[in-house]
Ligand binder design. Structure first.
Ligand SMILES: CCCC(=O)SCCNC(=O)CCNC(=O)[C@H](O)C(C)(C)COP(=O)(O)OP(=O)(O)OC[C@H]1O[C@@H](n2cnc3c(N)ncnc32)[C@H](O)[C@@H]1OP(=O)(O)O
Length: 304
């Protein structure tokens, strides 16, 4: 009898393997765990405004909206906390397959709320805020969901960094991604530089960060930062539908298989070859003989 993949005994092994392998990173972040993490949470709570909204759909695709239009969707402190809560929620959404991250009202996100930045401009608090966001965005990218940043309007500073915490980036024709940090006397701190180098290579990353260069859809495609330029008419709200259609080419089919696809890619990207191979074997074990595999065998599927 086929075992349900969600309750497959090897699934627990996979979770354990991934947990074991990411322990290294947890150790890295342990300097903001416990009381220190609570301290930065309290500081972030002082800067309210906006929200991070999550809609989980029956299709298995969730839409997360960075919602603070009065400030071009800049992240207030409370929004940073809400982002963490939404990631917690997505980590336990076992039916999920895909995620779209978008900004409200036709623009993506203008980074940190500059009012909060001014108020916590000492390096200690700045570093704690940055570690908090690094940790949350690292967890966002590692979700077993295929994720897309839908970039309309502007993605600036931390907003540009947020786009790199998704697997894919889609842009509307008027959109701009700009790592404006240098113009602010900063460098990325939410993990955006580390991820950018892995996406576009160190030469291109140096150009984008060193020149605070505006990335339009054409440049984005050229350097591999952008996966697709959307053709929906601007300002009619149809970009989200187009993004969902684009994402569905990867999320069609069984949730356990799609989640396993994402997990083998994450382990291949983040672990040593030896650990990645071991993890791949464990993840393979969760789908081998599972319902989707047995159904494909029964149907004598041909790949013409
Ligand atoms: C490690 C993280 C590092 C960071 O993220 S640092 C932050 C980087 N981001 C920025 O510096 C963005 C600064 N803002 C801008 O350049 C412009 O506002 C922007 C986004 C191009 C939009 O320009 P416009 O279309 O002309 O609109 P505008 O300037 O009138 O803005 C509308 C309202 O939004 C506000 N806003 C935009 N970005 C903000 C931000 N990051 N923090 C706080 N408030 C922000 C802006 O102040 C304005 O508010 P108000 O209408 O004057 O009350």
């Amino acid at each position: 009898m086929a075992l349900c993949a969600a309750s497959h005994p090897l699934l627990q092994n996979t979770r354990n393997a991934l947990r074991r392998c990411f322990k290294q990173n947890r150790a890295f972040y342990s300097n903001i765990s416990g009381p220190q993490e609570e301290e930065i949470r309290q500081k972030l709570r002082i800067f309210p405004g906006g929200s991070v909204d999550l809609q989980k759909q029956e299709s298995g695709i969730a839409v997360m909206t960075v919602n603070n239009p009065a400030r071009m969707n800049a992240f207030s402190g409370s929004m940073m906390l809400e982002l963490e809560e939404r990631v917690n929620e997505l980590e336990t959404w076992t039916e999920g397959k895909g995620l779209i991250v978008q900004g409200a009202a036709g623009t993506f996100c203008s980074g940190s709320d500059l009012n909060a930045v001014r108020a916590i401009s000492n390096p200690q608090d700045g570093m704690k805020m940055c570690m908090f966001m690094q940790k949350t965005l690292t967890r966002l990218l590692r979700l077993p969901l295929i994720s897309v940043a839908l970039v309309e309007g502007k993605a600036l500073g931390g907003g540009a960094e947020l786009t790199t915490a998704c697997d894919f980036r889609l842009m509307t024709s008027d959109a701009v991604i700009q790592f404006v940090h240098k113009h602010m006397g900063l460098v990325p701190g939410w993990g955006g530089a580390a991820r950018l180098v892995r996406i576009v290579g160190s030469q291109n990353a140096l150009k984008l960060l060193g020149g605070a260069k505006k990335v339009d859809p054409h440049l984005g495609r050229q350097i591999g930062l952008v996966d697709e330029v959307l053709s929906s008419p601007l300002g009619e709200g149809s970009s989200l539908v187009e993004a969902e259609q684009w994402l569905s080419q990867f999320t069609k089919g069984s949730a356990p298989v799609i989640r396993a696809v994402k997990q083998v890619v994450v382990s291949g990207r983040e672990l040593s070859l030896e650990e990645a191979l071991r993890t791949e074997k464990d993840i393979f074990g969760t789908v081998w003989g599972g319902p989707a595999n047995l159904e494909a065998l029964a149907q004598k599927t041909k790949h013409k």
